[in-house]
Design a protein around this ligand. Structure first.
Ligand code: MTE
Ligand code: LUZ
Ligand code: MOS
Length: 783
């Protein structure tokens, strides 16, 4: 694989804007990194397993647990009746039972928990339950739910201008239906919670979660404890990808319930199959669209209704649908639009956050539409895209009323178009296809614009705690969680940069609700933006105190605190230079406070949920990708031959980590759009619940030619060190893979016929589309 990886920064390199290794890289590769299941178990630890519903929708008429209790090694069985507080772990709307109470709403829903001496014994015992059900009608298809007006939330709608009149007046119209599938988060470390009872009814919980504060709250509510009785600690996750934003809650509550009832440490670690059967995934989306455009392909009006599979409860479906609505525009100015989103209630897992959080599902719809417009008009899709970009007179207002003030999509796409030799390769591919009846190549360039901030304004805050010890070493704690994305590395870089000391002198500790309170989920890509700023604030307070002390002590009365410089581990006070550690010890002796808290709240945000208008995002991140594929039109198999990615991470805090995020998101999004397929049987049982039946991309799916670069940019806003969030936006880059496959399929016909290619574009979907194109173009186009 050819990848332009940046040379790794030496430890002596400046802390910020250099590709320092991930703070735990040496622990990851040696197996020493401690995940929750690696924490040495306390004496008396017992293990829980969950008993799951086998029915999609039913009343429980009898819950026979005697055989479970009778199993050797079983210590206790708990049901909803044992929960002293509220039987609910829903993040926003309280419709998520911890354990089903009389009613089951999907196959896989936990009904009871069994605690035994070992993990294996608990799992075996759980299967001995005899549950009698009275079946109820189950809805397994979101479009059927829509027909029945069965939603978990009221429909949402955003209208601007006069889309109906503009559609009627448009010279060209294109209407259709389309769909993209859901996606399992497939974190390598599954869900896990380990709860330990502490004195006076308190609980200490190690939980693999992106949201320690919410775990603290739901455990408190379930057990009837005050927040100050529950401590949640999270050193690192083996991936979260949104799947541990809210849905770590059920496991946290069950482990804590059992620990508090038994007064013993309890670990709950579902295996992969149970994890996939229980937890929600990315929402699959179903679209009905109607667009009007002119002869060049400029969109004059658009109407879209998006139906998302919410599953049996609301979970985060509301904010996911809102983000989908606010990303239907992607990088394009849409003057007259009608955008609707429906959260369909189905008797399946409750869908939740997944990298992009509805943004990808919103934006891919307009990309599919533009791709269709271009083929309809016989133009290169890139030209139609450029024509519709934000920019120019009066073309910078999003449908939700936020002005696009930091637009770089024109420059970014121009750079990628030239750097990837898009036009030459387009010609080469046309020549290849003319001579190749079975194997067809396809090419696509897709842009992205992604809004950064939680679309719930009050989540956009963070806190941090920085300790400077008397040897000059520094410990930072902040409200964010590490899931492999490099957040701790970046926060350490920020603190080192602020104090002017080598990165090696700064260490980050586990997220801990007893150190920084009332944290937000590490989500919406805001981890570094929020916690970096909070940590910078804390470090700055210490630096200012040190500067004042240094000026007073060494400045001879002539140097102000603001003239004291902190660089390279030294402190310069005019002509006097003190090693940082030396100044620290002197300051300690002078009784200067050497630790501080810090806080940050994102400015300039406003959002009116009733009208879906305001300024929900602090800024936008941009990017674009070119993908080239080779499709076998007889088997539906395909390969990604080359990908060129150009992504805007602002003035990146850590270019090496950010390139890793861009490449990872690209391949993960490619999996979503081309390989990963969720399939429920007619009884509503998810049949793709293990790696044996659910295919995620692997190393060999990376293209042989893989060029990833960061776009040279500075954030327009006062973001942390002028960087931009990078966690989720590049998940939109692989739109180019799907549309390159569609381009190749179109070449199997007359090139002007739009292949009806659904996502995921599995070989079956590809063959269906090839057949449809060939049928539409007549027998003549057969090889
Ligand atoms: N990268 C890794 N390695 N593991 C993850 O679980 N989650 C993604 C992204 N990158 C994830 C990841 C998601 S969904 C989000 S929202 C962001 O990281 C969260 O971290 P950040 O805000 O610190 O970027
Ligand atoms: N909004 C958002 C949210 O944009 N991203 C998120 O991850 C999120 N999570 C919870 C609530 N709103
Ligand atoms: Mo990411 S889906 O916001 O956890």
């Amino acid at each position: 694989m050819k990848a332009e990886t940046l040379p790794q920064a030496s430890p002596a390199a400046p802390a910020a804007h250099h590709g320092h290794p991930h703070e735990s890289a040496h622990l990851h590769v040696s197996g020493e990194a401690t995940y929750v299941d690696d924490i040495r178990e306390l004496a008396g630890t017992v293990h829980a397993a969950l008993g799951l519903s086998t029915q999609a929708h039913a009343r429980i008429t009898a819950l026979g647990l005697d055989a479970v209790r009778a199993m050797p090694g079983v210590i206790a069985v708990f049901t909803a009746a044992d929960i002293p507080g509220s039987n609910d772990c829903g993040p926003i709307i309280h419709d998520d039972p911890i354990l089903a109470d009389g009613l089951v709403q999907y196959v896989g829903q936990p009904i009871f928990a069994v605690v035994a001496e070992s993990h294996e014994l608990a799992r075996c015992a759980a299967r001995r339950a005899e549950v009698a059900y009275e079946p109820l009608p189950a809805v397994l298809d979101p479009l059927q739910a829509k027909q029945q007006h069965s939603f978990v939330l009221p429909p949402m709608q955003l209208v601007r201008g006069d889309p109906a009149a503009c559609l009627a007046a448009a010279p060209h119209r294109l209407a259709g239906r389309w769909q993209v599938g859901g996606q399992e988060q497939f974190y390598l470390e599954g869900q896990i919670s380990y709860a330990v009872p502490r004195e006076d009814g308190c609980i200490h919980l190690w939980c693999s979660t992106q949201h320690p504060t919410e775990m603290q709250q739901v455990v408190g509510h379930a057990l009837g404890l005050a927040a100050n009785q529950v401590v949640v600690e999270m050193r690192r996750m083996g991936g979260g990808f949104g799947g541990k934003e809210s849905q770590s809650a059920l496991f946290a509550c069950v482990a804590a319930l059992a620990a508090s009832r038994l007064r013993r440490p309890v670990k709950l670690r579902p295996d992969r199959d149970d994890d996939m059967m229980i937890t929600g995934k990315r929402h699959d989306f179903h679209y009905d669209y109607d667009v009007g455009f002119d002869d060049d392909g400029r969109i004059l009006a658009a109407r879209i209704e998006m139906t998302a599979r919410a599953g049996f409860s609301a979970d985060l479906s509301g904010p996911v649908a809102t983000r989908a609505i606010c990303h239907f525009d992607n990088a394009y100015y849409l003057s007259d639009v009608d955008i609707r989103a429906l959260c369909a209630r189905t008797n399946t897992q409750s869908n939740t956050a997944f990298r992009g959080f509805g943004g990808p599902q919103g934006a891919i719809a307009i990309e599919y539409i533009i791709d269709s417009i271009a083929r309809e008009l016989g133009r290169d899709p890139l030209d139609v895209r450029k024509l519709n970009f934000y920019g120019g007179e009066g073309r910078d207002l999003t449908p939700y009323g936020q002005r696009v003030e930091d637009n770089v999509i024109h420059e970014l796409v121009a750079e990628l178009e030239a750097g990837s030799a898009y036009r030459e390769r387009r010609r080469g591919i046309a020549a290849f296809n003319a001579a190749s009846p079975v194997l067809k190549k396809g090419l696509a360039l897709t842009p992205l614009k992604f809004g950064i901030s939680f679309n719930v304004a009050h989540y956009n805050q963070a806190g941090a705690l920085v300790h400077v010890y008397t040897d000059g070493s520094v410990l930072v704690n902040h409200g964010g969680t590490e899931m492999g994305q490099g957040l701790n590395t970046k926060v350490c870089q920020v603190v080192a940069n602020e104090l002017g000391i080598p990165l090696a002198q700064v260490r980050a500790t586990a997220a801990d609700t007893s150190k920084v309170a009332n944290t937000s989920a590490t989500a919406a890509s805001t981890g570094a933006d929020l916690n970096g700023k909070a940590a910078e604030d804390a470090a700055r307070r210490i630096r200012l105190r040190l500067a004042e002390f240094a000026a007073g002590t060494y400045g001879g009365g002539s140097i102000g605190a603001d003239a004291v410089r902190f660089t390279n581990g030294q402190v310069e006070i005019g002509e006097t230079v003190q090693p940082f550690a030396e100044l620290v010890i002197r300051a300690y002796e002078a009784r200067v406070q050497l630790w501080s808290e810090g806080f940050y709240a994102t400015p300039r945000l406003s959002w009116d949920l009733s009208t879906l208008t305001g300024r929900p995002f602090y800024y936008f991140a941009y990017g674009a990708a070119v993908s080239e594929v080779l499709v076998d039109t007889l088997t539906g198999e395909w390969r990604l031959l080359r990908a060129d990615l150009l992504h805007d991470a602002g003035n990146s805090i850590n270019p090496a980590i950010d390139i890793g995020q861009v490449e990872g998101a690209f391949i993960q999004g490619m999996g979503w759009l081309t390989m990963e397929e969720l399939w429920w049987n007619k009884d509503g049982r998810l049949m793709t619940h293990a790696p044996s039946t659910y295919k995620i991309p692997a190393a060999h799916d990376c293209p042989a030619e893989f060029h990833t670069r960061l776009f040279r940019n500075h954030s327009h806003e006062d973001t942390i060190l002028r960087s931009k969030a990078v966690g989720e936006p590049p998940l939109l880059l692989p739109f180019s893979v799907l549309l390159a496959i569609r381009d190749a399929i179109a070449a199997a016909g007359d090139g002007r016929t739009n292949p009806p290619l659904r996502a995921p574009a599995t070989p079956e979907a590809i063959l269906d589309a090839v057949e449809a194109v060939r049928a539409a173009c007549g027998e003549g186009s057969r090889p």
